[in-house]
Design a protein around this ligand. Structure first.
Ligand SMILES: CC(C)=CCC/C(C)=C/CC/C(C)=C/CC/C(C)=C/CC/C(C)=C/CC/C(C)=C/CC/C(C)=C/COP(=O)(O)OP(=O)(O)O
Ligand SMILES: O=P(O)(O)OC[C@@H](O)CO
Ligand SMILES: [Mg+2]
Length: 237
């Protein structure tokens, strides 16, 4: 089951099929000691690009999952599929609408045990994902904590993903969210480029996601693995 697999992830890299990465950089990323590779992005995502990246990733033993952002770009053969649902938007399409369409299209062909639902709280209003989903990204700590409470106690979803895509986040916000969570796993992603940033978010997030740094400075990206893994996670609840 993907949920059990993800329970062991402390650090993951998110690779964007719409961006170029040399074979050498890919090798460094896959041999870095990270726990898994997420393939995903928001724009220019095509079936063909995902398929090509999947083929290149196959020679490594690392778990590889696809984060689905487009119904026309779901490539078979991944170890699992992450299904985002954006909580802080009023657009039903990004909460459950696209999901219903996918269910209508794939029906009983969906390998349910290989799916993991991610409840997204998007907090960088400048990010592409925020613009795409028309997220209400200007939350204060109290509002952010309410989303966490909703996910933990009412929805009982497996994962809450705090998404600052492209920008390093506010530690106080992440801590406020974390305080509400006991069973729900917390993913943090956004703007990690330094040791201090990696350690800060690794204190509060069960899983730390590193994306852009792979493309701007792969040597540093590889270092984030030990920066995260050597940091003690604060107790939950
Ligand atoms: C045979 C076979 C494999 C069958 C398929 C079975 C299967 C896996 C079915 C899926 C069923 C299902 C329920 C699918 C959901 C479909 C769907 C399109 C849902 C909508 C998802 C969603 C809310 C998308 C909005 C955007 C979003 C939140 C994307 C997540 C990734 C993200 C935040 C990327 C940001 O990346 P970043 O790199 O920072 O940004 P840029 O790319 O812009 O730089
Ligand atoms: O690309 P960065 O800013 O590292 O963010 C990682 C991930 O949360 C993007 O979905
Ligand atoms: Mg990207």
């Amino acid at each position: 089951m993907l949920e059990q697999m993800a329970a062991g992830w402390r650090h993951v890299f998110k690779l964007d099929p719409n961006r170029r990465l040399s074979d050498l950089s890919l090798e460094k990323v896959c041999q870095s000691g990270t726990d898994a590779i997420i393939v995903g992005g928001t724009d220019g995502i095509t079936f063909e690009d995902i398929w090509k990246l999947q083929k290149r990733l196959r020679k490594y033993l690392l778990p590889c999952v696809l984060e689905v952002s487009d119904i026309n770009a779901i490539v078979p053969g991944f170890d699992g599929y992450l299904i985002p649902s954006v909580l802080n938007t009023d657009q039903a399409r990004w909460i459950h609408g696209a999901h219903l369409k996918a269910i209508q299209r794939y029906g009983c062909g969906i390998p349910w045990k290989q799916l993991l639902l991610l409840g997204y709280v998007i907090l960088n209003p400048e990010s592409k994902v925020s613009r795409l989903t028309e997220a209400n990204a200007g939350l204060d700590e109290e509002a952010a904590a309410s989303y966490a409470c909703l996910v933990e106690h009412l929805f009982k979803w497996p994962v809450l993903y705090v998404e600052y895509s492209g920008k390093f986040g506010d530690e106080n916000m992440v801590r406020a969210i974390r305080r509400q969570l006991k069973k729900t796993r917390l993913f943090y992603g956004g703007g990690i480029t330094t040791r201090r940033q990696a350690e800060t978010m690794a204190k509060w997030a069960d899983t730390v996601v590193v994306g852009n740094l792979v493309y701007t400075n792969v040597e540093k990206a590889v270092q984030t693995v030990s920066w995260v893994k050597e940091t003690n996670l604060q107790e939950k609840g």
